[in-house]
Design a protein around this ligand. Structure first.
Ligand code: ATP
Ligand code: MG
Length: 339
C-alpha cells in the first residue's frame, strides 16, 4: 500500500534571468510503513522533491506540472492544491520533515519542553471543533517524556535544557522526537546525520529503523551515502540531475545494479565494496543544471554510452516487480551491460 504517489512531477526555480529545472518528470511511490531512500549527488534534486510533498519548496521554486497525492485511509489529498490553512494542519500532523541542518532550527532562547508544548498548542487550533480538547501541561509533559525516552534521551534533563546545552547528536534526536510529536504517517529526514561522527550516525540510523519498525511510521530518507541505503532502507530511488534514474526494492536494486549510474555509486563506495583496491570512482563531473547534456543526462560519464544515448533521453522502463530503470539498456527488459 502506498502512502504517497508522486506522478510526473516537474519543479523549476524561476530566477530573474533564467529558469532552472531542478526536478524533471519524476514518478515514484512511498510505501506505507516502510523506509524509502532517495540517494544522489549534491544538487540532484532530493530536497526539492521532498519539499514538494509538503508544498514548501523554497522560493522561487514551484511545481510546474505533475501531482503529489497523499493517501489518508480512503481519502486522497492532492498536496499541490492545498490552501495555506489546510497545509498548516497537514504539515506535522500527516507528514513531518526534519530539514537538512535541522538542529539549528531549534529556538535558542526557549527550553526544549516549551518548544514541543508550543507546537502542540498551535496544532490544537487546526483540529475540528468537536474534537478540540485543551491540552494540559501535564498531558504535554507525559507525551514529550515518552518521545524523548523513545529516542534514548534523558527526558528530565533535556526537557529543561536550552538547545546550546545539548550536543549535535542529542539535538538531532530531539528533532526526530519532534517529528513524531503529532503522530504523522510519514516523516521526511533530509540528511539526518550530516556533521555527526560515524558512531553517532550509526546510532541515529538504527534508532530511525527502530522507530519505523515499532510505530509503523513511513520514512523518506534523503542521503548521498549509498551505504546507508543498503543498510537501512526498504526502497530506493536514485537521483541524477533532477531525474529518477532507478527505483525499486533495495534488495533488487543492489543485487541487479542495473543502471550504470547506480552501479558506479555502488562500485565507488568502500563500505559496500569491501576490497578497496577494486573501488572504481565514477569519472567526470556532476551535471550543471544550467547546461545539461543532450540525451541521457548521465551519458558523458557512462561507460556503456551508445549513439542514441547522446541525443535521446531514455524513458523509464518498468520490470514486473516494480523495479524501474531510466536507461536504454533495459528498453527490451534485457540486461545489456553484462553482454
Ligand atoms: N532556492 C533556490 N533557488 C535557486 N535554485 C535552487 C534553490 N534551491 C535549490 N536550487 C537548485 O536546485 C537544484 C537541486 O537542489 P536540491 O537542494 O534539491 O539538491 P539536493 O539533491 O538536495 O542537494 P544536497 O545533497 O546538496 O542537499 C540545485 O541545482 C540547486 O542549486
Ligand atoms: Mg538537499
Amino acid at each position: 500500500m502506498n502512502i504517497v504517489e508522486i506522478r510526473n512531477i516537474v519543479i523549476d526555480y524561476k530566477l530573474k534571468k533564467y529558469s532552472l529545472r531542478a526536478v524533471d518528470n519524476v514518478d515514484f511511490d512511498i510505501a506505507a510503513g516502510k523506509i524509502t531512500a532517495l540517494v544522489g549527488e549534491s544538487g540532484s534534486g532530493k530536497t526539492t522533491i521532498a519539499s514538494s510533498l509538503l508544498n514548501c519548496i523554497s522560493s522561487p521554486g514551484q511545481i510546474v506540472s505533475g501531482s503529489v497525492t497523499f493517501k489518508d485511509g480512503e481519502r486522497e489529498i492532492r498536496v499541490e492544491s492545498l490552501d495555506e490553512n489546510s497545509l498548516n494542519a497537514f504539515r506535522w500532523e500527516k507528514i513531518s520533515m526534519v530539514f537538512q541542518g535541522a538542529q539549528s532550527a531549534l529556538n535558542p532562547v526557549v527550553t526544549i519542553f516549551n518548544q514541543f508544548y508550543e507546537t502542540m498548542l498551535v496544532h490544537e487550533n487546526y483540529k475540528p471543533k468537536d474534537s478540540r480538547v485543551k491540552i494540559t501541561k501535564e498531558a504535554a509533559e507525559k507525551r514529550v517524556r515518552y518521545l524523548l525516552d523513545f529516542v534514548n534521551l534523558d527526558a528530565d534533563r533535556v526537557m529543561a535544557a536550552y538547545p546550546h546545552e545539548l550536543s549535535g547528536g542529542m539535538k538531532q534526536r530531539v528533532m526526530i522526537a519532534f517529528s513524531l510529536l503529532l503522530d504523522p504517517s510519514l516523516i521526511i529526514l533530509d540528511e539526518p546525520t550530516t556533521a555527526l561522527d560515524v558512531i553517532t550516525q550509526d546510532f541515529i540510523f538504527r534508532l530511525l529503523r527502530k522507530i519505523n519498525r515499532e510505530t509503523g511510521v513511513a520514512m523518506l530518507l534523503l542521503t548521498h551515502d549509498i551505504s546507508v541505503v543498503a543498510k537501512y532502507a526498504d526502497y530506493v530511488g536514485v537521483m541524477y540531475g533532477g531525474r529518477l534514474m532507478e527505483y525499486g526494492a533495495v534488495e533488487d536494486v543492489f543485487r541487479d545494479k542495473l543502471h550504470p549510474y547506480t552501479r558506479g555509486l555502488i562500485n565507488s563506495t568502500p563500505a559496500i565494496n569491501k576490497d578497496v583496491s577494486l573501488l572504481k570512482p565514477i569519472g567526470g563531473e556532476p551535471p550543471n543544471l544550467l547546461d545539461m547534456p543532450s540525451g541521457c543526462k548521465f551519458h558523458p560519464r557512462c561507460p556503456y554510452c551508445r549513439e542514441e544515448c547522446k541525443t535521446i533521453e531514455p524513458e523509464t522502463f518498468s520490470k514486473e516487480n516494480g523495479h524501474k530503470i531510466k536507461c536504454f539498456l533495459y528498453s527490451d527488459g534485457e540486461d545489456k551491460c553484462r553482454i
